[in-house]
Design a protein around this ligand. Structure first.
Ligand code: FE2
Length: 232
């Protein structure tokens, strides 16, 4: 099955991207303002949708569906703000390209994580909104998953849309819930663990190889980036 034509992408994902940009720009003061210029450019160019019918994508999509279904539906103030965004994501999630960067053979993340996490990009070098400046996507982690320490050249911000996780960035540890953003500087080792409920985040990268495969337990200054994968 071939990828879908480029004309399919914009009408499906532009409303979702508009909600993403709005959410970032009206985030709390912990959202790093240096991401704003790239946010202003990321809806201009749409590219051909990737083929989501492969077994790996179907498997990851099933994880996404399962974890989205488990999100807490209690209506907090933050969730009222994010509700349209989460609803738009849920409505179109079956057509997104859900993936994982690592396999069991890589030995860098646990089997529990491989069974309970996935991510899909909305903006980046693989589209559907094309950008070489910024990468934006959604990540889902089931409850009780440890995403081990890793690093990459790009600076990153995790925006928590639902759930709670404890993030360690460098020597700092913070527990963040819906409405909070966690900033990760260039090359800073970071990790997180989800709590008793699933986690939905948006992640944004800029200022580095947007296809870099994260380096685990690493001195990031001495290792070359790999481009085969692209884990948030
Ligand atoms: Fe990261």
């Amino acid at each position: 099955m071939n990828a879908h034509p480029v004309d399919d992408a914009k009408p499906v994902y532009e409303p979702l991207l508009e909600l993403v940009v709005q959410a970032c720009k009206h985030w709390s003061t912990d959202f790093p303002a240096q991401f704003y210029p790239a946010l202003d450019t990321c809806s201009d160019n749409w590219i051909e949708l990737r083929d989501t019918s492969q077994p790996a994508q179907l498997r990851c999509r099933a994880i996404a569906t399962r974890v989205l279904d488990k999100l807490d539906t209690v209506s907090t103030q933050e969730k009222k703000v994010f509700a349209p965004l989460i609803k738009a994501l849920t409505n179109c999630h079956t057509s997104l390209y859900w993936e994982q960067s690592y396999t069991r053979q890589d030995g860098v993340v646990s089997d529990i994580m491989l069974e309970g996490y996935t991510f899909a990009e909305l903006v980046g070098s693989c589209g559907p909104a094309f950008s070489k400046q910024i990468r934006i996507g959604f990540g889902l982690w089931d409850a009780g998953i440890h995403y081990p320490q890793h690093a990459h050249l790009a600076e990153e911000v995790y925006c928590v849309l639902d759930g709670t996780a404890t993030f360690t960035v460098g020597s700092s540890t913070v527990t963040a819930s819906a409405g909070q953003a966690v900033y990760v500087p260039h090359n800073e080792p970071h990790s997180f663990i989800t709590r008793s409920s699933p986690l939905l985040i948006m992640y944004l990268w800029q200022g580095g190889d947007l296809r870099q495969k994260s380096v685990f337990n690493a001195d990031t200054t001495t290792q070359e980036s790999e481009t085969a994968g692209h884990q948030p």
